[in-house]
Design a protein around this ligand. Structure first.
Ligand code: NDP
Length: 315
């Protein structure tokens, strides 16, 4: 049978390119888990995805009710789940004030981390039940949360501190909207959310890899300077960022190429190692990359896991 992969945020950028790459192999059925059904349908058609190889299902990661509803709908579809790709993200680098999810969590961490945390925890059971030979849970990370890299050292740097804001609910009322308890900063909130993504992948690996055989992985797909991620940035930035990445940092990667990379992490028989953060070199060959000290701190990973469980109502 075909493999079945859920890809969140498959309506644009990396998620769409990945969905396209997988659907074209004919070996995968892709569940495009998207908040905007019409946009997703148009996107799938515009890139020419074979229609028998995908299904669009509604998922708004900024609402935990929607996450639970999505899981119910998916289960009702009767499909087995072989791979889950947590890809969707919001980035609000110019926001002066925080915005919030349905449950009142700061939007970037609430969507990118907490929504995906609940989704992955609930769907772990479905992955366990699948009889697919190589089951995987992939959480898209980023270089920007990694302070052991040049890009990760551009201020404001990611820093989860002692998690006091997160423990307080990230609601901006009786707790800070930021994980470390500091002043709101949209760019930092995004980077912090990516650190949570990378820590969550490792904690999944520690807790469940041996028992389930599921591969847990994260990746940095390269700088895809043209995606919608930068939609809220100032126009001058959006104009200069792609050529800057292309010619100066040389970290630039096209959406198509980034989609092939993520599709590789989904299905390549040689990328089955669990607990790994994949990156690609200049020749587009994959290698196991090192995470920064904070993004590989086992104690912090456990703490993020435990606090997140409380916030999403699993503990
Ligand atoms: P895009 O903005 O193009 O795609 C983000 C996707 O997430 C969109 O499909 C968007 O939906 C979806 N999304 C946002 N909020 C929600 C929500 N509440 N519920 C469901 N879906 C939502 O960005 P990219 O493709 O660049 O980003 C994809 C991933 O790649 C992210 O995890 C990002 O951190 C990571 N990444 C990107 C890099 C880059 O250079 N671009 C570099 C490193 C990592 P909609 O279409 O409706 O807006």
């Amino acid at each position: 049978r075909k493999g079945c992969a859920i890809v969140t945020g498959a309506s644009s950028g990396l998620g769409l390119a990945t969905a396209k790459a997988l659907s074209e192999t004919g070996k995968w059925h892709v569940i495009m888990a998207c908040r905007d059904f019409l946009k997703a349908e148009k996107a799938a058609k515009s890139v020419g995805m074979p229609k028998e190889n995908y299904t669009i299902m509604h998922l708004d990661l900024a609402s935990l009710d929607s996450v639970r509803q999505f899981v119910d709908n998916f289960r009702r579809s009767g499909r087995a789940l072989d791979v889950l790709v947590a890809n969707a993200a919001v980035y609000q680098p110019t926001a002066k004030e925080p915005s919030f999810t349905a449950e009142g969590f700061e939007l970037s961490v609430g969507t990118n981390h907490l929504g995906h945390f609940l989704l992955s925890r609930l769907l772990l059971d479905d992955l366990k039940q699948s009889d697919y030979p190589s089951k995987r849970l992939i959480i898209v990370g980023s270089i920007t949360g990694n302070t052991n890299t040049l890009a990760g050292n551009v201020p404001p740097k990611a820093n989860l501190g002692d998690l006091r804001g997160m423990a307080g609910g990230l609601n901006g009322i009786n707790s800070s909207a930021m994980i470390d308890g500091g002043e709101f900063d949209g760019a930092k909130a995004y980077k912090d959310s990516k650190v949570c993504n990378m820590l969550t992948m490792q904690e999944f690996h520690r807790r469940y890899h041996e028992e389930t055989g599921i591969t847990f992985a994260s990746l940095y797909p390269g700088c895809i300077a043209t995606t919608g991620l930068f939609r809220e940035h100032i126009p001058l930035f959006r104009l200069l960022f792609p050529p800057f990445q292309k010619y100066i940092t040389k970290g630039y990667v096209s959406e198509t190429e980034s989609g092939k990379r993520l599709a590789q992490v989904v299905s390549d028989p040689s990328l089955t190692k669990s607990g790994v953060y994949w990156s690609w070199n200049k020749d587009s060959a994959s290698f196991e990359n090192q995470l920064s000290e904070e993004a590989s701190d086992a104690q912090k990973a456990r703490k993020v896991w435990e606090v997140s469980e409380k916030l999403v109502g699993l503990a």
